[in-house]
Write a protein that binds this ligand. Sequence first.
Ligand code: HAM
Length: 432
Amino acid sequence: MPPLHRSPRGTRDLLPESQPFWDHVEEIAHDISLNYGFSQINTPTFEDTSLFIRGIGKGTDLVDKEMYTFQDKGGNSQTLRSEGTAPVMRAYLQHGMHTLNQPVKLYYIAPVFRYDRPQAGRYREHRQFGVEAIGETDPALDAEVITLAHDYYKKLGISKISLQLNSIGCNTCRPLYLKKLVGFYQKHRSNLGQDCRNRLDINPLRLFDCKEKNCRNSLLDPLPLISEAPKVIDSLCGECESHFKHLQDYLEASKLSFTLNPTLVRGLDYYTKTVFEFWAQGIGAQNAVGGGGRYDGLAELLGGKRAPGIGFGIGLDRAIISLQEQNIKVPEKTQPEAFLVSLGNLARRKTLILLRSLRQAGIRVESTFGNRSMRSQMRQANASGAFYTIILGEDELAKEQVTSRDMASGEQKQIPLETIVVQLKKDLESWE
Ligand code: HAM
């Protein structure tokens, strides 16, 4: 026999028992997005590979190592959605959304594919709830987007989440800053690990992702180089500095607490000015449950006219891990209201008709299949948690009636077949 198939490494089946969690995190995402005036957008599961390369940037891990890229039968290079912002900006440009009222506020709930090293909370297919607000530079919009994410976690009931905030400047101030950063690291090149040497040559801002304890001034120096390196926050131009000050002021006015984190740089090249992450305790090495920032130059990178924007992506898999870690209850899947059991072929036919009538009347009803004894069917009825069991045996059939059993009290009553739908609806009302 051939070996049984398993789901591909880093992917998971979302089994029925996890569904109440998924329904809950997605329902609240829809509710809060609409509440904040965002409209839903769905982009394709795959895009032209060049969209991600131009949007996210060569030299990022996402583009260089993590994309699921394939050639279709027409010879075109396509890539599964590796993040949600570039596709939404592509749609904004493609559909001329600059003619609408600005900012255009969009949200999505979609699977994201990354060839990441799988571990707890890190998968090769995960789901993100993301929002993108495009067409406005006002820092009040940054505050609105960050507040939305904060309120989302609050609505879910997840606590112990910290908001990390930084500004990484714009095309005016960042090149000057990068010169300073590279100058500083060049002096210590011989102390750097291979990863950091590569970062220094290709994407110096990523030096702040270094987790190597040995990237230090010297082996005797207790501080890693990161803590001594010049920080972008100290080299912002006037405009970026004012933007960042206003944002902090608005967040304080909204009573959102945040930590200024000068080493927060994010992994995608399109970011300008504001960057932020939400960190949670207890989800392994991956403590970012969400992150985002401003991307004022992305539209131009994609060949469009300037369209500044800001957004975030929240990892729903990680939100669910946090809910479970913190023992937060979510609405359970509702049990059937009634369970039908029957004996004999003739009764089976009647059961099918009755099941349909009950379902058409809006009653959640279940039944069994195959030739099971009355005892085994009653056991299933009991296990289903249904409020009533409707029994259609030979006796009942002969009298054109059914027995309705109240599963809590064990009380039984006979009801004519033709009135059972109406009667059951009435009886169920007493449970509401
Ligand atoms: P990101 O930080 O790459 O940002 O991903 C957003 C969130 O997705 C992360 O904070 C994390 O919770 C979750 N996530 C990322 N990778 C994985 C994974 N392999 N397994 C499970 N969860 C994961 C973006 O994707 C940007 N597009 C966000 C954004 C929107 N920026 C502006 N607008």
